[in-house]
Design a protein around this ligand. Structure first.
Ligand SMILES: NC(=O)C1=CN([C@@H]2O[C@H](COP(=O)(O)OP(=O)(O)OC[C@H]3O[C@@H](n4cnc5c(N)ncnc54)[C@H](O)[C@@H]3O)[C@@H](O)[C@H]2O)C=CC1
Ligand SMILES: O=C(O)[C@@H]1CCC=N1
Length: 287
């Protein structure tokens, strides 16, 4: 899925990843797999042992905040794009911490649920380019899905650089900020729904007589295989589903049972809960 144009236009950028846990780590690994030179990346983590492990695994320059209170400032000093990957509760404090150390042209990209462009802009120096994004962890294998909303001071070319970095590792949609919650509900949180489905399929397989390892491996391979088919250009989920469903066959019986249990309503209710939680986070944290 690597995008050659994206690599060409972004190859010279220096990147910083502040708080390199599940999500920022996935973005960083996806961008490196797409061809970005790890020597142009500085990542920060909390503990020295994690910094050593991350540097050995990926080749990036990794700094630990427990080693130096200046680690985040050092990381952003030369950066053209800065990915903020700490928990939502820590984003604005981190913005205030790094504000004076950023290049005025550096794009500050948040991946946090609930934190608005306006809150980030207020916590940074006036005019700093800002992006609010909602990525997902499959970026780590080049199959990510990302929604991106522009801040008020970012120019087209800088936004395109951020989009190009993400596009090297997945599908990117630029959306108005008021659509980011819906993006979170579909794709940001979405991988967890699918992993939950894989767990449920394996648990059911066990109840139907398979041993635990066999059920887990079959369920995982099925979800992974179906996902790969959906990632093909022009793949159509409904058509792929019909291709498995023989008239009056076994799949039809299972799908009819899902429909009778109200699967579509359950998904809508769950995604609505996700949107509501994101709005709550905004009320709790964006000041
Ligand atoms: N996990 C996911 O699938 C997704 C997460 N997000 C967002 O990503 C953000 C991070 O979530 P996760 O990666 O799941 O959490 P995580 O806990 O795996 O990663 C956060 C990391 O930041 C480090 N950290 C905390 N404060 C720091 C600081 N001041 N300086 C440097 N490092 C610091 C922590 O030690 C930790 O390793 C959240 O804002 C979340 O809303 C967004 C989309 C998907
Ligand atoms: O659960 C969360 O709040 C984060 C945001 C989207 C996925 N994980």
């Amino acid at each position: 899925m690597a995008d050659t144009n994206a690599q060409n236009s972004t190859a010279d950028l220096n990147l910083a990843f502040l708080g390199t846990g599940s999500m920022n780590g996935a973005i960083m690994r996806g961008i490196i797999a797409a061809g970005h030179d790890p020597a142009r990346i500085t990542a920060t983590v909390r503990t020295p042992s994690k910094a050593v492990a991350l540097a050995e695994e990926t080749g990036v320059n990794a700094l630990a905040t427990e080693d130096s209170a200046e680690a985040n400032l050092e990381a952003v000093a030369q950066a053209d794009v800065v990915f903020l990957g700490v928990k939502p509760v820590g984003i604005l404090e981190l913005c205030r911490e790094i504000a004076g150390a950023l290049k005025p042209t550096a794009a500050v990209v948040s991946v946090a649920a609930g934190i608005t462009v306006g809150a980030m802009e207020a916590a940074l120096t006036s005019g700093q380019p800002v992006v609010r994004s909602m990525p997902n962890t499959p970026l780590t294998v080049g199959l990510g899905a990302v929604g991106v909303a522009a801040g008020s001071s970012i120019d087209e070319a800088t936004l395109e650089q951020v989009v190009a970095l993400y596009r090297g590792a997945g599908v990117v949609k630029v959306v108005p900020e008021d659509k980011i919650e819906a993006v979170t509900a579909v794709s940001g949180s979405g991988p967890a729904y699918i992993f939950y489905m894989a767990e449920a399929m394996a648990a059911a397989g066990e109840k139907l007589g398979l041993d635990a390892d066999t059920a887990r491996e079959l369920a995982a391979a099925t979800v992974a295989g179906a996902g790969r088919m959906l990632a093909e250009p022009d793949a159509d989920a409904a058509q792929l589903r019909r291709n498995v469903t023989s008239p009056n066959g076994t799949t039809a019986a299972a799908l009819e049972s899902f429909a009778q249990s109200g699967l579509e309503e359950m998904v809508l209710t769950a995604e609505t809960a996700c949107v509501e939680r994101s709005k709550e986070l905004t009320r709790e944290l964006s000041s």
